[in-house]
Design a protein around this ligand. Structure first.
Ligand code: ADP
Ligand code: MG
Length: 248
């Protein structure tokens, strides 16, 4: 496997007052280039913490994250910001669009940070919006679009700066089934060009879109395998219980 993401013995402990919360415990995980990997697990199992680690948004307590050949845990804040801009697109559960801006302006934002001239920015942003099926909504503000459309703007914005990796945190959890299907179809389309990591607690979604599934429980990686295997014949009891709906 040509691994584009390598997580080595990663732990993350948060301090809240005098208490310690162990959000991730000694995680080892490799994600192959061009794969769709689902991070699956109940609420509080450490999925978002892991995704934030992959994006370099938080420092690990111990262990490392390598993206390609770069150990991002060793980069300075400035280096990390640049690295993230060039290599990683991030899609938020709650869209995080700027309300006063049009779809086009939202998508063009990351290109502004790269110092691209206005004309080029707008052309690229319009192309991205077309790619996510919103070529006819470029002048709409977030409040003038459905949740599913807003999330597709979020995806277009994540892709604007041509990253290799697309990270998505529960991208469809606030959406109705039809909008969810559209997002899943889009994700499948994007697989040709990007490595994609999706966090979800929705096992049907994991089963539908991903090649590989990593099942997390209470900060531990319980099982990581081909999605088919995880759902048809998991080796761990906790995985079995989750995929058969006995808890979740
Ligand atoms: P998930 O995304 O799977 O629902 P999270 O990664 O958000 O889970 O959280 C994992 C654990 O870490 C939870 O117990 C949560 O309360 C805790 N946690 C997450 N973020 C923080 C934080 N910034 N400070 C303190 N504790 C946190
Ligand atoms: Mg989460």
């Amino acid at each position: 496997m040509d691994a584009i993401i390598t997580i080595h013995d990663l732990s993350k402990v948060y301090r809240v007052g005098h208490e310690k919360v162990r959000a991730l415990s000694h995680i080892n995980l490799q994600i192959g280039r061009g794969e769709i990997c689902c991070i699956l697990g109940t609420s509080g199992s450490g999925k978002s913490t892991l995704l934030n680690q992959l994006a370099g948004l938080e420092k690990p307590t111990s262990g490392s994250v390598r993206i390609g050949k770069t150990n991002i845990s060793r980069l300075s804040e400035d280096q990390l910001a640049g690295f993230r801009q060039r290599n990683i697109g991030f899609v938020f559960q709650s869209y995080n669009l700027i309300a006063s801006m049009s779809a086009l302006e939202n998508v063009a934002m990351p290109l502004l940070f790269r110092g691209m001239p206005r004309m080029v920015r707008d052309r690229e942003a319009a192309q991205m919006l077309k790619k996510v099926g919103l070529g006819n909504r470029i002048n709409h503000k977030p409040s003038e679009m459905s949740g599913g459309q807003q999330q597709r703007v979020g995806i277009a914005r994540a892709l604007a700066a041509s990253p290799d990796i697309l990270l998505m945190d529960e991208p469809a959890s606030a959406l109705d089934p039809i909008s969810t299907t559209k997002i899943e179809d889009l994700i499948y389309e994007l697989k040709k060009e990007y490595t994609i990591v999706i966090v979800t607690h929705n096992m049907q979604q994991a089963a539908r879109v991903s090649d590989r599934t990593a099942f997390f429980y209470l900060g531990e990686l319980i099982e990581y395998d081909d999605t088919q295997k995880i759902f048809v014949s998991p080796t761990k009891e906790a995985t079995q219980n989750y995929v058969t709906g006995r808890f979740g």
